[in-house]
Design a protein around this ligand. Structure first.
Ligand SMILES: N[C@@H](CCC(=O)N[C@@H](CS)C(=O)NCC(=O)O)C(=O)O
Length: 291
């Protein structure tokens, strides 16, 4: 009874414990933010504690709900989602989508983009690889993928967007545009972008520090199979040479050598098979991106 009273009767606790703002009502009693003694009352403290415990319980219950990943083997976007799940230690079922004959499940849950990857967690659907990686990081226990410091988080997101919007787009055009002046421009731009990414690795094993994190997954998905894509595209001189980008090349090897990453990385032969059949389409797509 005594503890029940303490929880409902606005008993006081020393200032500085909890973050108590304006007054409110708990257990039918009026509560004020501060008592005349200068000691803060506990109303908000307890209601906050109760809500955060409830939220944590809810999060734990959700965490154990089944996870399904709709993806396509060979897709770098799918790799991002899968690598995040594996690095966090989340058990999931992989459903390989036939992208020429998309499933009803994919179309129903990703009506906007109709693309993979798509994550199904209980009755929730999450689309877009960057969004999925962040969701997985927040919804499940396990090593954090994004740094906890706000500035470092912002930097990781900044470079992830750079990798996606600038690096990947230009690299795509450099890979699939036939030789000529236009292609030389894309190659030069790709190299500038790679130099900027190389600088981000200075003094670090991974972009995230000592461990693989958010930016490693986002950048790794494209750069990991870049040499194989160059092979399929018939590029004579690799754009990502070891002499020019020693840190990026070393990082790529270490990224691909990680057990969790390795488990969801397609083999060279699978990448070749996936892209070789699409070469013509990719060339047309690169052409349309130049307009
Ligand atoms: N921005 C999306 C891109 C996803 C994407 O392009 N997925 C491709 C597979 S690699 C896809 O589903 N293509 C099917 C289509 O375009 O119809 C992401 O980051 O998840």
């Amino acid at each position: 009874m005594a503890s029940e009273e303490a929880a409902t009767s606005c008993a006081s606790i020393p200032a500085g414990v909890g973050d108590i703002g304006a007054g409110g009502k708990v257990g039918g009693q009026e509560c004020r933010g501060r008592e005349p003694s200068g000691r803060r009352n506990t109303c908000h403290y307890f209601s906050r504690l109760v809500s955060s415990l409830e939220a944590e319980r809810e999060r734990e219950a959700k965490m154990s709900e089944p996870v399904k990943l709709l993806g396509s083997f060979g897709s770098p976007f799918t790799h991002r989602a899968e690598a995040a799940l594996r690095l966090k230690g989340v058990a999931y079922e992989f459903i390989n989508e036939d992208l020429r004959n998309k499933s009803e499940l994919l179309l129903r849950h990703n009506p906007v983009h109709r693309k993979v990857p798509l994550l199904l967690h209980g009755d929730r659907a999450i689309a877009e690889s960057l969004v999925i990686v962040e969701y997985v990081d927040e919804a499940f226990d396990g090593p954090s993928l994004l740094p906890s410091d706000p500035l470092a988080r912002a930097a990781a997101r900044f470079w992830a967007h750079f990798a996606v919007d600038r690096c990947s787009r230009t690299l795509f055009k450099a890979l699939w545009t036939p030789d000529g002046e236009a292609r030389r421009g894309f190659v030069a731009e790709t190299k500038e972008n790679l130099a900027l990414m190389e600088a981000q690795l200075e003094g670090k094993r991974f972009f995230g520090g000592d461990e693989i994190g958010y930016l490693d997954i986002i950048a790794g998905s494209g750069l990991a199979w870049m040499p194989v894509l160059e092979e399929v595209a018939g590029v004579e001189r690799s754009m990502i040479g070891e002499e020019e980008y020693p840190a990026l090349c070393r990082w790529r090897e270490e990224y691909m050598d990680d057990e969790a990453v390795k488990a969801c990385l397609p083999s060279r032969d699978q990448i070749v098979a996936y892209y070789a059949g699409m070469k013509e389409g990719l060339t047309l797509m690169a052409k349309s991106m130049q307009k």
